[in-house]
Design a protein around this ligand. Structure first.
Ligand code: PLP
Length: 277
């Protein structure tokens, strides 16, 4: 029997790929969850050799191994929330769905297809597999604009198109969608959160001028998942996660010659908030 402390951290199971440069993928996820006071567990789906300039190699792990990492971890420690990032093949998507089986865990799906540096990470069948198998069980899907286009066929040109994207993903069965506007060429960044229950919130923030944006999607989704695991409302989890990413962008160390990593290790408004609750 487990003897779990009363103030034990939220257990976040991250299902994602390794980024050797440490900026995105599992490395970004673990840093984020840890800095937000959560407990990070991982099921690795792929190993990439990459840096801030290019994705040099992607080696997908076999479905059975992804499945076993999830099963074995859940059967002992359990989880409060699952976050998926890169699922490189259809088999990986299937493995995740199978391993999560009847577990009634909230799943945050970051539909990663392409790296910030432009390199393809997932094969051509993944978008469809996500739509058919994983998005219908998602508590939240967090597409950026290229991902929204790949999943829904809608090419977003302005924020007026965000609602259409959200509605298509909700129709696929997601419980909520966060459409991210970071790729629009606008002075301020707007994201739309829409839920199947009919709730809608717009989030808006300054745009931070930096080329260090590698891992922003992973970081945001992991931060949201951590909040959900703690029991925050979806709206509050998204608001806190955006705040965490903004500060990490401001504190980017400037490493690498291309799209550099964020500064994940910043002191936490989030922890402060948690202590106040
Ligand atoms: N997952 C892995 C393993 C990656 O290497 C990357 C990007 O390089 C991503 C996810 C997505 O990164 P981002 O958060 O920048 O969209």
């Amino acid at each position: 029997m487990q003897q779990v402390a009363e103030d034990a951290p939220a257990r976040v199971l991250i299902v994602a790929g390794s980024d050797s440069s440490g900026g995105a993928g599992i490395q970004a996820d673990i840093k984020t969850v840890t800095m937000l006071g959560g407990y990070a567990m991982t099921a690795v789906t792929a190993i990439t050799a990459q840096n801030t300039v290019e994705v040099a190699e992607v080696e997908a792990l076999e479905g059975w191994l992804i499945e076993r990492q999830i099963e074995v971890t859940l059967s002992d420690i359990g989880a409060d929330v699952v976050k998926t990032g890169l699922l490189p093949t259809r088999a990986a998507v299937k493995a995740v769905c199978k391993a999560l089986g009847g577990a009634r865990l909230p799943i945050v799906v970051d539909p990663v297809l392409v790296a910030t540096t432009g390199g393809r990470l997932a094969d051509g069948q993944v978008a469809r597999a996500l739509v058919e198998d994983l998005i219908p069980r998602a508590a939240l899907v967090t597409p950026n604009m290229p991902e929204a286009a790949a999943l829904t066929g809608i090419h977003v040109e302005t924020v007026d198109d965000f609602g259409k994207v959200a509605d298509v993903l909700l129709a696929f069965g997601a419980a909520a969608v966060l459409v991210k506007g970071g790729h629009l060429e606008s002075e301020r960044v707007q994201d739309l959160l829409r839920t199947a229950d009919g709730e809608e919130y717009w989030f808006e923030s300054e745009r931070i001028e930096t080329r260090s944006t590698h891992g922003t999607g992973c970081t945001l989704a992991s931060a949201i998942a951590c909040g959900i695991g703690e029991g925050l409302t979806l709206r509050h989890a998204v608001a806190r996660a955006r705040e965490y990413v903004l500060e990490a962008l401001r504190r980017a160390p400037g490493f690498g010659q291309g799209r550099g990593p964020l500064g994940h290790t910043h002191p936490l408004s989030a922890l402060r908030e948690r202590a106040e609750r």
